[in-house]
Design a protein around this ligand. Sequence first.
Ligand SMILES: C[S@@+](CC[C@H](N)C(=O)[O-])C[C@H]1O[C@@H](n2cnc3c(N)ncnc32)[C@H](O)[C@@H]1O
Length: 485
Amino acid sequence: MALYMKAAEVLDKVEKKKGAVKTLVYESKFQNIKQLFALVCETQKYSPVLQEIIETTQLLKETKLRINLAKVLVYDLLIGRGLKCGGAWKAMLLKHRSRLHAALARMKVKHKVSRHQDLLPPSVQHTSGVGVPRYVRVNTLKTTVEDVIDYLKRAGYSYQGTATCLEDLCHLSGKMFVGDLHLRELLVFSAKMDFHDHYLYKAGHIILQDKASCLPAYLLDPPSGGHVIDACAAPGNKTSHLAAIMKNKGKLFAFDLDAKRLSTMSILLLRAGVTCHQLANEDFLKVDPLSPKYKEVKHILLDPSCSGSGMVCLATAGSQEPQGQDSERLQALSAFQLRCLNHALQFPALERLVYSTCSVFSQENEEVVSACLQQNPGFRLVHLLPQWPERGNAPLAQCLRASTTKTLTHGFFVAILERQSTASEGIHVSPTGIALSTSAPSGGKEEVTQKSCTPCEPAKTSVEERQHFTAKKNRNRRKRTKQQA
Ligand SMILES: C[S@@+](CC[C@H](N)C(=O)[O-])C[C@H]1O[C@@H](n2cnc3c(N)ncnc32)[C@H](O)[C@@H]1O
């Protein structure tokens, strides 16, 4: 019962423009966030279809249900996994089941389609995630990619080899799967595949994580034995990915403000076999960068709260323009994101930071990064994955974007900032004043040359500028030593 009540409440609030789905779902304090989120998104997506069924069957009149409650119940009865609640509502809906089924069948006949999803308008089908494959990250702390492939093959799945182009991910059906073309530890299945009840998932051997959300840890690539911060960490998919890359060696400091999400996170990390972490229920903005505890932190992953507009089931997914009513909320979010970013750059030993959001709005992405770089001239952008098909909005082509259409993932944004070493050569400054990296590539994840850093100018960093950076760095170091003393 609680699931349907909460889902209807969230939908009521969305209609009254009290916030985005993702935020409202998290704020609902419902214990199974994923289940609630999925139900809300799917009901929202099928809303016109459900509305028509409810109207033609006069369900509200017959049952006295409120519209959004009726929608979530009818969704699960007809399109979802069947009604999960017991009690009065189930009995009520079952009484009308044949009429509801008949109304859905009539709609399909009228539109000459056989699948539920074909009743959706093309624009929704396009951004609804129908075409986004199911990505499975192999947890290398517990197993290997080869062992998971073997296990699945023995269980009747059909391995098609490693994908060579994005096209290969579009034609997966049934139990077919491929290795991802960019990330070695990712396996890709058809969108319909569900591993939530699978042994490999329950045993922590695989993590169900969208490909785009695997990019931050993969690109940050902290060394085994290093000290790393995950600034806004819960529910911890990126934390467990970082731990896997670090081979559970070193220190992984993970912060989150939300105690409930942190407790879910500690269960997930336990299941994933992560041991190198230290969880803290703390506001990252209040963590002291000068504390001796963090003096060796060279890598930070910052994935702060965002609008979630890239989550494919949301109405705004696909559009990079915020809807009018969101602009205040977006302003608050981007101000928070910039504060987090500026704060993270204060850690004295920091060399490299990855910033990511599951937002498609440039206000939370390129604009935040540009503002931060202007305020922190000692850092520059790293040009990421030259072969990745979707780049940050100009002029930040060094960053990555992801979307259902171009990368077959949820909408996402990733940037890496690195400290400019005083000895580094060839620092470029773009017309916007942003330094562009010419740093050496590591493992093909970055590019050396400037060829796609448009627009950019020839190297402008003079000896004087470099001396200025060195002097500033030394001044800061002296100041920190004094404060520590
Ligand atoms: C986008 S989610 C992080 C998802 C996570 N990185 C993952 O991959 O599973 C953002 C998180 O930031 C947390 N958060 C928001 N403000 C924070 C703050 N000031 N300090 C620490 N965590 C914060 C939220 O509670 C939320 O769990």
